[in-house]
Ligand binder design. Structure first.
Ligand SMILES: Cc1cc2nc3c(=O)[nH]c(=O)nc-3n(C[C@H](O)[C@H](O)[C@H](O)COP(=O)(O)O)c2cc1C
Length: 369
């Protein structure tokens, strides 16, 4: 079983940090804390540490923004490079966007991280859920959902092609002859496609792993297809066993149809673990955490997940059924809608769930000792 820790668990600590005794209000931005945290994860044999990225301060009203840890966050490659030097075995996964970056940059950064960490880098391919990101990259509008995935698929081919720029033994570094590189072992990509044009070669040796591990996290229709064609690990947040099984079978089936070995993909469902002396104790802790979330923060998280402003909705009524279409994450909206319907929640109850709506909501952990 693969187990990955997302920085999210630290962020939950930050969200409620002002109120919860013993928590770190700057948990996501405190290098000493992050170092000790990743070292604990490594000692506990976690497979990987994951750093998400959203390329913008989240799109929320000032009243919510002023309570949000997302207003300051380390850039993933810089942080993971630092953490690679205080760990030895744990995987280092970073989000990098195919919508707002260039394949040459991404290929190079992951190759660097893979060399610095001696083969521990992983790339979470995202098309970027936050539509506000476009404003930071010279574009008025977020690229359309299908177009983002079309570019992502080609982007993957270019990045992996660039990683193959040099054979593993291309760098002979022969001091006697003064030869550094065997040019016969250098490959120039010369990619010219619908979305991207990249000559290559990459100016860094082939990554230690060959290709760093590929992760994918979008569960919309084109997201699943991208995962099936490219991913080795799939992050997901199914709400129950039935939908987890459906997603599992769907992605593995698509992978087989694309000519891949279905066993080469690991599906990692997200979980938020609350530990207590009994199920009741854990449940009470969860309720306490939920209650610490300010309504301004809650309603803005709900708006982000829905991809539409929920602040005008009646807090004590069910979610309106006629929401406008969204160009943000389809997965996040679908899971909120499902939750609202299944548990018949009001807008206030739905918004008050403090974990990312991408994550399963109820958590019970029974102490076995
Ligand atoms: C564990 C996990 C991590 C994620 N990390 C990111 C991230 O760092 N950046 C991001 O824009 N989206 C992130 N997402 C959201 C998905 O990538 C999101 O679904 C996607 O951006 C939109 O694609 P979709 O419409 O196919 O769902 C994450 C999702 C999950 C389940």
């Amino acid at each position: 079983m693969a187990v990955t820790c997302r920085l999210q668990c630290l962020l939950t600590e930050t969200t409620t940090g002002q109120q919860r005794e013993g928590s770190y209000p700057d948990a996501n931005f405190n290098l000493a804390h992050l170092k000790s945290f990743i070292q604990k994860l490594e000692a506990a044999k976690f497979d990987a540490f994951f750093m998400a990225d959203h390329l913008a301060v989240l799109n929320m009203p000032t009243e919510a923004l002023k309570r949000s840890h997302t207003t300051t966050s380390f850039e993933p490659f810089t942080l993971l490079s630092a953490l690679s030097q205080v760990t030895e075995r744990i995987g280092l996964a970073a989000t990098a966007s195919t919508t707002y970056d260039e394949p040459y940059h991404i290929a190079r950064r992951f190759a660097s991280l893979d060399h610095l960490s001696n083969g521990r880098a992983a790339w979470n391919i995202v098309t970027t859920g936050n539509p506000e990101s476009s404003k930071n990259f010279g574009q008025e509008e977020h690229m359309q959902h299908n177009d983002r995935y079309k570019r992502a698929r080609e982007f993957y081919d270019v990045v992996t092609g660039l990683w193959d720029s040099f054979a593993d033994d291309a760098f002979v570094r022969d001091q006697e002859s003064g030869t550094y590189l065997d040019p016969d072992k250098m490959h120039v990509l010369n990619h010219s496609g619908d979305e991207l044009k990249v000559r290559g070669p990459l100016n860094i040796a082939r990554p230690v792993q060959g290709w760093p591990v590929i992760v994918q996290a979008g569960q919309s229709e084109p997201g699943r297809q991208l995962a099936a064609e490219t991913a080795e690990m799939v992050f997901c947040s199914p709400k129950d066993l039935k939908s987890a099984k459906e997603l599992y079978a769907d992605i593995k089936g698509r992978a087989a149809a694309a000519g891949r070995n279905r066993d080469h993909i690991r599906i990692l469902p997200a979980g938020m673990i609350i530990i207590g002396d009994s199920a009741e104790d854990a449940q009470a802790k969860r309720l306490k955490l939920d209650s610490l979330v300010h309504y301004d923060s809650a309603i803005s998280s709900l708006s982000i997940a829905l991809g539409t402003d929920a602040s005008g909705f009646d807090p004590d009524a069910p979610l309106p059924i006629d929401l406008p279409p969204t160009n943000a994450s389809h997965t996040a909206r679908a899971s909120v809608l499902r939750l609202a319907e299944e548990e018949q929640l009001t807008v206030r109850q739905l918004a008050q769930r403090p974990a990312s709506p991408n994550f399963p909501i109820s958590s019970k952990v029974k102490n076995q000792t």
